[in-house]
Write a protein that binds this ligand. Structure first.
Ligand code: GLN
Length: 446
């Protein structure tokens, strides 16, 4: 069973921060009895899944992998949790992540790193590394992650699973601990595209408690589980096939594109000239929003407090002892970019670049239905290889970040393996609210 699998591999993979095994077992038993009685069960009923630890779960710790929230137990459920609970799934626990979702390897967790189930010397990607590793290791059937600049898609690609970042506003952010509110989206991490469609049906939809939620009808995404890409127009943005991209990745993605052509899709090259500025703009906008969002951790209203000689001293000690290095780096970057005298040169400039990046997508989508790119320039790398060089780490996000800046949906799905046997991910990017086309294209390919 899944619990036997958990006992076998979780000690090595360390995908979870909190396990809720007892309630999960009780739930599984109740569902078994229901089945034995011949009662009907819903689609997700009793199916075991895991939740990234920045999604609020009523009565279960939600730490964001931070010492700041080490003992925080939310008194309420995130909207996605309410929607899931209505389907009565089994929740196995909360998954590890980079602290406050800042990072791309799960090495920034304040507690311990997660290991890639394909090779435990490698990172699982991040920041939703625990969710991707759990699904990849078979210690969860499905999981939820969050994606601000690639944090669902990149770990999905590193762990050989499917991950989707929906259109900004498609899934409610209510109860997702905010990192960069204009970029954050919750999405599914699953073993295949079918499960992705089912989870999208459950978690999508308008929520008046999220002011940026889109008030549009939710289609039945399972209707897009159709094997047909005939006539689908696919754009290949040449700027995404970057220099320094891993050879195996390039080969696998090119082979995938050939497969789409063989299946009847039309492939054309497109140019998205502002791609090269996207990473710089993101690393100003995301930290700027983070510096504002994380101001609430002041030792008073939320989380941890370290006593000081007076309130200012308490505030300083709490924030310097309870936030990790990367979080402090982002807060400083963001505060600087927003400060008087630098605001115009940095933050405002970054917002202008964001608009140009968005316009690149608008223009491309006048000609094509979807875009195909690698999800990440490399497969999973060794733990410790990248963490001492933040700039190198940031540049890894080149293929995923523009999608968040533009607010459009993106899915990563497995498309092969590197020579060293690590999974490689293919990214399909869609128009705003174009999830159905993404699911159809991904399902046809898979
Ligand atoms: N790697 C990116 C960052 O560090 C993206 C993180 C995310 O999507 N949460 O900000």
């Amino acid at each position: 069973s899944l619990f036997a699998r958990m006992d076998e591999v979780e000690g090595k993979v360390k995908a979870y921060l909190t396990q809720t095994r007892e309630t999960a077992l009780a739930k599984a038993k109740a569902v078994d009895e229901k089945i034995a009685r011949g009662e009907e069960i819903s689609f997700l009923e009793g199916i075991p899944g895991a939740i990234k630890d920045n999604i609020c779960t009523k009565g279960t710790k939600t730490t964001c992998a931070s010492k700041m929230l080490e003992n925080f137990v939310p008194p309420y459920d995130a909207t996605v949790m309410e929607k899931l609970q209505a389907q009565n799934p089994t929740i196995l626990g909360k998954t590890n992540m980079d602290e406050f979702a800042m990072g791309g390897s799960t090495e920034n967790s304040a507690f311990y790193p997660t290991h890639n189930p394909w090779n435990i010397d490698c990172v699982p990607g991040g920041s939703s590394g625990g969710s991707a590793a759990a699904v990849g290791a078979g210690t969860a059937i499905w999981a939820l992650g969050s994606d601000t600049g690639g944090s669902i898609r990149q770990p999905a690609s590193f762990c050989g699973v499917v991950g989707m970042k929906p259109t900004y506003g498609r899934v409610s952010r209510y109860g997702l601990v905010a990192f960069a509110s204009s970029l954050d989206q919750i999405g599914p991490v699953t073993r295949d595209v079918t499960d992705c469609a089912h989870l999208m049906n459950i978690i999508s939809g308008y929520d008046k408690r999220d002011s940026t939620s889109i008030n549009a009808e939710v289609p039945d995404y399972t209707k897009s589980l159709v094997k047909d890409v005939k006539g689908l127009k696919i754009g290949l943005p040449k700027e995404y096939f970057v220099e320094g991209m891993d050879e195996d990745v390039e080969k696998a993605v090119r082979a995938a594109i050939k497969q789409f052509e063989d299946l009847g899709a039309e492939v054309v090259e497109v140019s998205m000239p502002h791609t090269k500025y996207a990473v710089s703009a993101y690393y100003l906008i995301a930290p700027a929003e983070a510096s504002s969002n994380l101001a609430r951790y002041d030792g008073v209203s939320y989380g941890a407090r370290v006593e000081g000689t007076d309130i200012v001293d308490m505030y300083k000690k709490t924030r310097s002892e309870k936030f990790g290095e990367e979080v402090q780096r982002r807060i400083m970057l963001g505060t600087y970019a927003l400060s008087a005298g630098y605001y115009d040169a940095y933050y405002l400039q970054a917002l202008k670049v964001r608009t140009l990046v968005k316009q690149d997508f608008d223009k491309a989508f006048e000609k094509v239905d979807v875009l195909i790119t690698p999800t990440a320039p490399t497969p999973a790398y060794k733990i410790g290889d990248m963490i001492s060089d933040p700039m190198k780490m940031y540049l890894q996000d080149i293929c995923t970040i523009p999608v968040n800046l533009a607010g459009v949906p993106g899915i990563s799905l497995p498309c092969g393996f590197s020579n060293s046997g690590m999974p490689i991910g293919l990214q399909i990017i869609g128009k705003p609210l174009g999830e159905e086309t993404l699911i159809r294209a991904a399902y046809t390919f898979e």
